[in-house]
Ligand binder design. Structure first.
Ligand code: SF4
Ligand code: SF4
Length: 370
């Protein structure tokens, strides 16, 4: 036992491996905002070293410092020493919880277990779409379902227009986020989702949320699903759409879809079909800056989270001058929409929502929109 936290050989090695070069500073959205050394990966690696050597006690204040991370993985990709700081952060959060330093996510876990969603809302959203047997199950996730309903509605309408044979289920939170904030996935919720999915007889599971995609793909609780799994961009990339926009369109890579899941090309394939004036931001693909929503950061520090989104949105507007910002993540969408200032004219949509809107405009006006 050192510094009250157990450091096995792997963690000791990773801590020693960090040369404290600070390359991770430049890409950390939280350091970008606060300019406080303790908030970036380098600072956290130093804290871990001090904890390991028993020079720093594991206190509530130190535990709080480890909550300042969106797990965006940008530090990991830019670390010349091959360290994965965001994994170290997630592990440290578990350590602090084990030491009795519960954070607000214990309440969130209880809420999830009781209500089946992260917001503790009783209502079940009725999308007016069938539930039953189909070849595809569509899984929406909590943020889309409870906070970005309009976006989800457009996505569902698009799938109807494309005559996709899909069903919704009585889904509950995948609960994977708990693993990032010091706790464990709720097996009962995972089992309910698996039961509901299997009841449909579907062969393919499509998620609209990239975080849910990662949880279904990687978490052992979902390993026995026996279905083909796709993010909605992987599914839609082979479709042809009868709509286009001539407006200048850009794209923000969500951390969960890009750096974490390696899905960069599919969203772009779709966008190129509908937007000939597609322009990339400077910081794009694996270099994309985080919107500030992930890793429980929005829950712990909502104001800073929106300020990070504001920074990212400002970068995108400056770098592209785009009329439309597309992404395909309900959390990025939600954070950007909260962050946009009135004077900023850029419109923000999920890709699927935007295509759905283009179809509606086409129907309303009998021609393609300008
Ligand atoms: S985590 Fe990597 S990039 Fe950051 S200070 Fe350590 S060695 Fe450098
Ligand atoms: S994962 Fe992202 S937010 Fe967390 S320390 Fe690394 S760069 Fe910063």
């Amino acid at each position: 036992m050192r510094g009250q936290i157990q450091f096995d050989e792997k963690r000791q090695k990773a801590i020693a491996q960090c040369s404290r070069c600070g390359f991770c500073r430049a890409v950390c959205p939280i350091f970008d905002l606060t300019k406080r050394p303790v908030t970036n990966a380098r600072g956290k690696m130093i804290l871990l070293k001090e904890l390991m050597e028993g020079k720093l006690p594991a206190t509530e204040a130190v535990a709080q410092a480890f909550l300042r991370c969106t797990t965006c993985m940008n530090c990991t990709l830019n670390c010349p020493s091959g360290v994965d700081p965001q994994e170290m952060v997630k592990q440290a959060r578990k350590d602090f919880v084990r030491l009795g330093m519960d954070n607000l996510f214990r309440t969130m876990a209880e809420t999830m277990a009781k209500y089946g969603n992260i917001y503790g809302e009783e209502r079940r959203v009725d999308w007016g779409h069938k539930k039953g047997n189909a070849s595809i199950v569509l899984f929406l996730g909590c943020v889309g379902t409870y906070r970005e309903e309009e976006s989800v509605k457009e996505t569902l309408q698009l799938l109807d227009i494309l005559k996709v044979d899909y069903t919704l289920i009585e889904e509950v939170c995948c609960s994977g986020v708990l693993e990032d904030v010091g706790y464990k996935i709720i097996e009962d919720l995972a089992e309910k989702n698996i039961r509901e999915i299997k009841k449909t007889g579907a062969k393919t599971l499509i998620t609209t949320c990239p975080y849910c995609y990662r949880v279904f793909k990687d978490h052992p609780a979902y390993q026995n699903l026996g279905l083909e799994l796709k993010h909605i961009t992987q599914f839609l990339k082979d479709f042809n759409f009868e709509v286009q926009t001539q407006k200048k369109v850009t794209y923000h890579d969500p951390c969960d879809l890009g750096r974490h899941a390696g899905i960069y090309e599919e969203p772009r394939e779709i966008i190129r079909k509908i937007a000939p004036n597609f322009i990339e931001p400077l910081r794009t693909r694996e270099n994309s800056m985080c919107c500030g929503a992930g890793g429980g950061f929005r829950g712990s520090f909502p104001k800073e989270s929106v300020r990070i989104a504001r920074n990212r949105l400002g970068q995108i507007i400056e770098e592209t001058g785009a009329d439309i910002l597309l992404t395909e993540c309900p959390s990025c969408l939600h954070n950007f929409r909260n962050a946009r200032r009135q004077k900023q004219r850029i419109e923000i949509y999920n890709i699927t929502e935007f295509i759905g809107k283009l179809y509606q405009e086409k129907d309303s006006f009998g021609k393609e929109p300008a």
